[in-house]
Design a protein around this ligand. Structure first.
Ligand SMILES: C=C1C[C@]23C[C@@]1(O)CC[C@H]2[C@@]12CC[C@H](O)[C@@](C)(C(=O)O1)[C@H]2[C@@H]3C(=O)O
Ligand SMILES: O=C(O)CCC(=O)C(=O)O
Ligand SMILES: [Fe+2]
Length: 354
């Protein structure tokens, strides 16, 4: 993908329509153009005593925030970035030895099994590298063990960060035990996933090309780190899209669908997407913290007010994941599991007839 000599057909890729640039409104960037950054993203200093309260607020308001003083050694981040850059710079035929994704492995332009495409190539791995099929390491022939150790160090540091954040959230919500969320990621059978994404610079002529289409993450929590390249956008409560200022020294954290359910909708699973950049490539690394397959995902009784009903039908993570993998990226995956889904409009009824 990086070594294309002639432009690839771009017809199948979606782009975002932009509005004319108008005066920069720093606090609520309603235009879709990723030239403007949103300055309202919560930045939470994990070394401060008020972090638990701010974390809860951020999960309620945005389902997204940035953490600083996170405790992950910078060296782990830069080493993994450099391994990722080396991997994505290999000849296409070498990278493809680690693919196609099943869902794990190397993927190029196609995301998931249901026809989604983006201006992206990626490597999707189980977060427990002991159970990663050797195929995924095929492209690291030179030194697969070095790659394995760099990824392992990174994942275990980022899993600890995710658990710290989840414990602070439990404190902030005043629920016990404080490991009520984090134990699911610490469980030996936790179904967590790790992903390296590479968005090559897109051709100048096709600005605003979709790198990774809009979606929510199905798991409990996602921890994202990227190089200093733009592209990530989140959707606010009013459904406007805003651009996240990149910061290679910090982590961005997303509430996933499962955490939304466990808090009975109090925390929001954030919709997000990536727009390709025409100048600089973007490299991102994301840990998706998921529960064991057998885990029942339901609102925590300690969070329910008297008489409050669950907004969701009962399901296990295994059931949710199966259903998620049958969906397209932009689908509302939780919709199937909502108890009080809005009644269909006449347009929906007409649509269902065709
Ligand atoms: C289109 C799809 C890709 C995805 C599986 C799915 O069918 C719907 C959810 C997608 C997603 C989004 C977050 C993560 O990147 C991911 C690994 C996940 O768990 O759910 C991807 C899946 C994927 O790329 O296979
Ligand atoms: O690459 C990014 O910055 C975000 C990608 C993403 O949302 C995902 O892989 O689920
Ligand atoms: Fe995502």
């Amino acid at each position: 993908m990086v070594v294309l000599s002639k432009p690839p057909p771009l017809k199948q890729f979606s782009t975002i329509k932009t509005f004319k640039q108008h005066t920069h409104n720093n606090n609520n960037n309603n235009n879709n153009n990723n030239n403007y950054y949103f300055s309202g993203i919560p930045v939470i200093d994990l070394s401060k005593p008020d972090s638990k309260t701010l974390l809860v607020k951020a999960c309620e308001e945005f389902g997204f925030f940035k953490v600083i003083n996170h405790g992950v050694p910078m060296e782990f981040m830069t080493k993994l970035e450099s391994e990722a850059v080396n991997f994505f710079s290999l000849p296409q035929s070498e990278k493809e030895k680690a693919g196609p994704p099943d869902p794990f492995g190397y993927g190029n332009k196609r995301i998931g099994p249901n026809g989604d495409v983006g201006w992206i190539e990626y490597l999707l791995l189980r977060s427990n590298l002991d159970s990663v099929s050797p195929r995924c390491f095929n492209a690291f022939k030179e030194n697969p063990e070095f790659f394995r150790s760099v990824v392992n160090n990174y994942i275990s540091a980022v899993r600890n960060l995710a658990c710290d954040v989840l414990e602070l959230l439990a404190d902030g919500l005043k629920i016990q035990p404080r490991n009520v969320f984090s134990k699911l990621l610490e469980d030996e059978e936790s179904d967590s996933v790790f992903r390296l994404n590479h968005y090559p610079p897109c051709p100048e002529l096709s600005r605003n090309l979709i790198g990774f289409g809009e979606h929510t993450d199905p798991q409990i929590i996602s921890v994202l780190r990227s190089n200093n390249s733009t592209g990530l956008q989140i959707s606010l409560k009013d459904e406007s899209w805003v651009s996240v200022p990149p910061d290679q020294n910090s982590f961005f954290i997303n509430v996933g669908d499962s955490l939304q359910v466990m808090t009975n909708g109090r925390f929001k699973s954030v919709r997000h997407r990536v727009i390709a950049n025409s100048v600089k490539s973007r490299v991102s690394m994301i840990y998706f913290g998921g529960p064991p397959l057998r885990e029942r995902i339901a609102p925590l009784p300690s969070l329910m007010a008297e008489g409050e009903e669950s907004l969701y039908k009962e399901f296990t993570w295994c059931e949710y994941k199966k259903s998620a993998y049958k969906s397209r990226l932009a689908d509302n995956r939780l919709g199937h599991f909502e108890k009080f889904a809005p009644s269909p409009t006449s347009a929906d009824v007409v649509k269902s007839l065709f």
